[in-house]
Design a binder for this molecule. Structure first.
Ligand code: AMP
Ligand code: MG
Length: 326
């Protein structure tokens, strides 16, 4: 038997687009995290994404397109959806809107829903890939479901996922570092925050001119009442809101007042939440690779990108599948 060829690592977006046309999977950088891309209109390519990640099929995928016009060909945008798209695209914002009639995106991608999650990514290599491909690309994060998201091409190349992808587009480190903010809309058109992410709530509220309601959806949907589902998890346990590490722990610190001389890393010594978000997954990975059984994490302020950082940390600390909740 011949071994499966490993993914080709390249910066050639045309090569990756060819692989998509052939029904293969490609990993590519976006400004948020690396995505695992497939032709959104190809049922079997979309099925391969769920299979490669071990992702539950009830968890729908985001379709990525080059611009607002392409998005409007797939989903129906009312006034506030249009307003948000114009303010934040291209960028780390996902809008969940009704599918237009005849929408060619695979129903498998949207888990049978009549809504579709759409995003226009800003990363130049993501843009080059979408332009070369010429159609919508579904792309969840390029990791095994539930584990740390990849923010460097190497994270993908080192993952078991690498043997399932034809091409890995190498675009350096993802500048935002946490997944997109997801906004859905009520039946009356009111925007609802489904997942905090790369665009802070405050910026969205400034555009809307009113407070943004928090809704249920995305990874925000508890699997049972009062219970967070485990996601974004390293192998080690996380202990949140820690002032300092205990014996045998690594410390993920934040800000200038972090205790000195303790083992670990500081997400942002100057206390910048953007820098902290960009470092979050890569630093968790580095601390996890030391082999410790527990990582203590400093408190992170709950404003700006801190809301997305704390969301990811709470899920990473949640009971793992099959475990009793304490
Ligand atoms: P990921 O691709 O892992 O960043 O996750 C995308 C998230 O978008 C998932 O957790 C979904 O729950 C959410 N999502 C995608 N499509 C829809 C939709 N049609 N309605 C509500 N949420 C959606
Ligand atoms: Mg993900």
């Amino acid at each position: 038997m011949r071994a499966r060829p490993m993914a080709e690592i390249t910066t050639d977006a045309g090569k990756a687009a060819e692989a998509l046309h052939a029904g293969r999977l490609v990993a590519f950088p976006t400004e948020t995290v690396y995505g695992l891309g497939a032709d959104a209109t190809d049922d079997s390519a979309v099925a391969a994404v769920f299979e490669a990640k071990g992702r539950p099929r009830i968890n729908p995928l985001i379709a990525h397109v080059t611009d607002i016009e392409a998005a409007m060909g797939l989903g129906r945008f009312d006034e506030s959806a249009r307003q948000l798209a114009e303010a934040f695209w291209p960028g780390p914002l996902t809008l969940v809107v009704p599918r237009v009639e005849g929408c060619p995106v695979s129903l498998l991608a949207t888990a049978g829903l009549d809504t579709l999650a759409l995003r226009v990514p800003a990363h130049p290599l993501a843009q080059a890939l979408l332009a070369a491909f010429g159609g919508p690309v579904v792309a969840p994060s390029a990791n095994i479901s539930g584990r740390l998201s990849p923010t460097e091409a190497e994270h993908v190349a080192e993952s078991p996922l690498a043997e399932k992808v034809a091409v890995i587009l190498d675009g350096d480190e993802c500048p935002v570092g946490v997944e997109s903010t997801i906004i859905g809309f009520d039946t009356d058109g009111t925007p609802v925050l489904l997942r905090p992410g790369g665009i802070p709530r405050e910026e969205i509220e400034k555009v809307l001119g009113e407070p943004l309601r928090t809704g249920k959806g995305g990874e925000g949907t508890p699997s049972a009442p009062g219970q967070l589902s485990s996601h974004y998890a390293p192998r080690a346990r996380l202990r949140l809101n820690a002032q300092r590490p205990e014996e045998g722990e690594m410390f993920l610190a934040f800000g200038p007042d972090a205790p000195k001389g303790v083992p670990g890393l500081n997400l942002s010594p100057k206390g910048d939440l953007r820098e902290a978000a960009a470092n979050l997954f890569a630093y968790l990975r580095i601390l996890d690779e030391t082999g410790v059984s527990s990582i203590a994490v400093a408190p992170i302020p709950e404003y700006g990108l801190g809301e997305a950082i704390n969301d990811r940390l709470r899920r990473a600390a949640a009971p793992r599948p099959g475990e009793e909740e304490a």
